[in-house]
Design a protein around this ligand. Structure first.
Ligand SMILES: [Zn+2]
Length: 466
């Protein structure tokens, strides 16, 4: 790996110097060159550079590996990182932004300001991007994305999907009523009801006209509480979406729907249920179809745990919220005993995914329920991946390059020249212990260091004002 970088560097440095001549004077802040020097680099593709540097210019990674001092652009700022580990910033491929209000949860908290708060929480926890899965007022989020591209605020990059389901359906019942209320509140579309194949195609064309590159469909009947999405309808959606270069992601609770959905051409599963129903044959079919699976395990597990006792979370939430989530003041357990049968079943399902080399992707469903926290839950999900049989390296890939690929983020998830400089600097090596992703020293998004302290102050102030 190091060899490959050595070859790449001289050419790239020349390009960089040509692009930003020292005489250009008032270059934008992010055009100034920055060298992150002498750290362990976890590239994101499974390789490690034990000691290397990263040259950043214009918000992009310009060179990686050994960068000679005389090859640096003039006025390059150098940050010495001996003993530290640098990895690509994380990506959460399944969340629901906007509804979590910290002192409460629901449509009344949803606002542009609250979305920015959530994106900043993600940035604080070392995330470069987050995918909000089918629960957002489209026009509001499209406007926020434009604002983010103009760099009007700092935070993780926001992606979202248009939601589609049988008419009047979609997320679970509590969430559904809030999504419907929010659609009324804003007068904007959140969920589209699917009735007939031609009408379903028309819905997809509407989404394509708005240039939304993702559709989320809800397929299963939620244990009989909702109507199942007819295969004729999801086939029409997926077919029309493929025509329009839109990826379709699925919410499905049971493995039995997966073979037909894969055959229809879905890009991935947002709740890959990996119990015993998830057979070796489905794993192989997923791999062949190049569909990713988000196991989404922390959603069930963390709700039973006394997470208010965890300092890593506690730093970013109000004391009153933390206390509500401790073992003393709730039903949550400080040391939850895992049901060993369920754990063994999960491990078997996880092994089938790993053996078939299916792309396992980090996704948390954070924000879908009260107290399922942005950013924090992502680090916990990686721990669960390792507990169930991944190596730390595999887990880190599941949190970086794999979600980048799943979401079509071609400039993210790897420490390579040309990539957006979205980086996480850690005090300790997560390859030794996956929990070391918590030892965040610095976060860079698009080459700019995230002011984590300022974000934290602002988040805590917001709690006090509520
Ligand atoms: Zn969800």
């Amino acid at each position: 790996m190091l060899q490959r970088f050595r070859k790449i560097i001289p050419l790239l440095v020349v390009l960089v110097v040509a692009q930003w001549p020292a005489s250009s004077g008032q270059t934008p802040d992010d055009a100034n060159a920055l060298l992150l020097q002498d750290a362990r680099l976890i590239v994101g593709d499974g390789s490690v550079v034990e000691r290397g540097s990263i040259l950043i210019t214009g918000g992009l990674i310009a060179a990686v590996g050994e960068v000679a001092a005389d090859a640096l652009p003039e006025n390059t700022r150098i940050i010495k990182l001996q003993g530290k580990t640098v990895m690509p910033a994380l990506i959460d491929a399944h969340a629901h932004l906007g509804y979590e209000g910290h002192s409460g949860w629901g449509s009344r908290y949803y606002s542009r300001e609250n979305l920015i708060d959530h994106l900043q929480r993600y940035a604080y926890y070392g995330f470069a991007a987050v995918f909000s899965a089918g629960s957002d007022p489209e026009d509001l989020v499209l406007a926020l994305q434009r604002s983010q591209r103009r760099r009007e605020f700092e935070g993780a990059r926001l992606l979202f999907a248009a939601g589609m389901a049988p008419p009047g359906q979609g997320p679970n019942n509590q969430f559904l009523s809030h999504a419907i209320a929010l659609a009324e509140q804003t007068g904007m579309t959140i969920l589209r009801g699917l009735e007939t194949p031609p009408q379903a195609r028309q819905m997809v064309k509407e989404v394509a006209a708005k240039k939304i590159p993702f559709i989320k469909i809800w397929v299963d009947d939620r244990g009989g509480s909702q109507q199942k999405l007819d295969p004729e309808l999801y086939r029409a959606v997926i077919d029309e979406a493929t025509e329009n270069d839109i990826k379709v992601f699925v919410h499905q609770q049971f493995a039995e729907d997966m073979p037909d959905l894969l055959e229809a051409g879905v890009s991935g599963f947002l709740h890959g249920r990996i119990g015993d129903g998830f057979s070796e044959a489905i794993a192989r079919q997923s791999k062949q179809a190049d569909a990713f699976i988000i196991p989404n395990l922390g959603l069930a597990e963390l709700r039973r745990e006394a997470i208010g006792e965890d300092e890593f979370l506690r730093a970013s939430i109000a004391d009153a919220v933390a206390e509500r989530l401790t073992g003393i003041s709730s039903q949550r357990q400080s040391n939850p005993l895992r049901n060993t049968d369920a754990e063994a079943e999960l491990q078997r399902g996880f092994a089938r995914l790993l053996n078939a080399e299916v792309d396992i992707v980090l996704g948390t469903d954070a924000g879908a329920l009260p107290d399922h926290f942005f950013g924090y839950s992502g680090h916990r999900e990686l721990e669960i991946f390792v507990r169930l049989g991944m190596t730390p390296m595999q887990a880190l890939m599941a949190g970086t390059s794999k979600p980048a690929r799943a979401l079509g983020l071609h400039d993210m998830g790897l420490i390579e020249p040309g990539m957006s400089a979205d980086l996480l600097v850690l005090d300790a090596n997560p390859l030794d212990n996956i929990r070391n992703t918590r030892t965040i020293a610095r976060v860079y998004l698009r080459g700019n260091e995230v002011d984590r302290n300022a974000i934290l102050e602002q988040l805590v102030r917001r709690y006090d004002s509520q």
